[in-house]
Design a protein around this ligand. Structure first.
Ligand SMILES: C[S@@+](CC[C@H](N)C(=O)[O-])C[C@H]1O[C@@H](n2cnc3c(N)ncnc32)[C@H](O)[C@@H]1O
Length: 159
């Protein structure tokens, strides 16, 4: 097994979003959870684990692909409260996280068609997860940008 990708999404933290996908969503001001040595960045400002992005004030338009596993919902809760950004997580639509922070709070979602091929911190595109992905837009402008992104999938307004 490739140790750069661990067994399940519950133990993996380094699934890096393909930069071409993020570009389709427009420019972002902040990625609050960036690798310490990123092969690319998605936003103008970036917090790493050394900053603890969860404890920092967030600003502007946020791109969030959070560390997976226990505690992930704290990141979604913070984006919900911030109200301006787009998140990418696995489409575990039955979970408490979806019912507490997404279904009743986000403006729109896009269920991604097929499986995203994520990058490693070495900049190699070789990780295909065992779960589908979903983009979640908070704020009306982000919903429109997600709708018009051209990313293949099923877009749905939630509000
Ligand atoms: C799923 S990866 C996503 C990376 C990047 N946002 C992207 O989409 O390409 C989650 C990242 O969060 C980082 N991370 C973990 N805990 C963090 C924390 N407390 N504060 C900031 N970053 C953290 C990990 O090092 C990892 O790079």
């Amino acid at each position: 097994m490739d140790v750069r990708f661990e067994r399940t999404e519950h133990t993996t933290v380094e699934w890096l979003t393909p930069p071409e996908l993020v570009k389709q969503l427009g420019a972002f001001d902040l990625d609050p959870c960036t690798p310490v040595h990123p092969p690319f960045v998605h936003a103008t400002h970036n917090f790493t684990i050394h900053d603890n992005g969860l404890a920092q004030p967030w600003f502007g338009r946020v791109y969030l692909n959070p560390p997976y596993g226990k505690g992930m919902e704290k990141w979604l809760e913070k984006l919900k409260i911030h109200g301006n950004g787009i998140a990418l997580i696995f489409a575990r639509t039955e979970t408490k996280c979806f019912f507490d922070h997404i279904w009743h709070d986000a403006h729109a979602v896009l269920f991604v068609k097929g499986r995203i091929k994520f990058y490693t911190t070495k900049g190699e595109q070789k990780g295909t997860p065992g779960a589908p992905s979903i983009f979640i837009a908070y704020g009306e402008e982000n919903a429109e940008l997600l709708k018009n992104s051209g990313i293949a999938g099923k877009f749905l307004y939630l509000k």
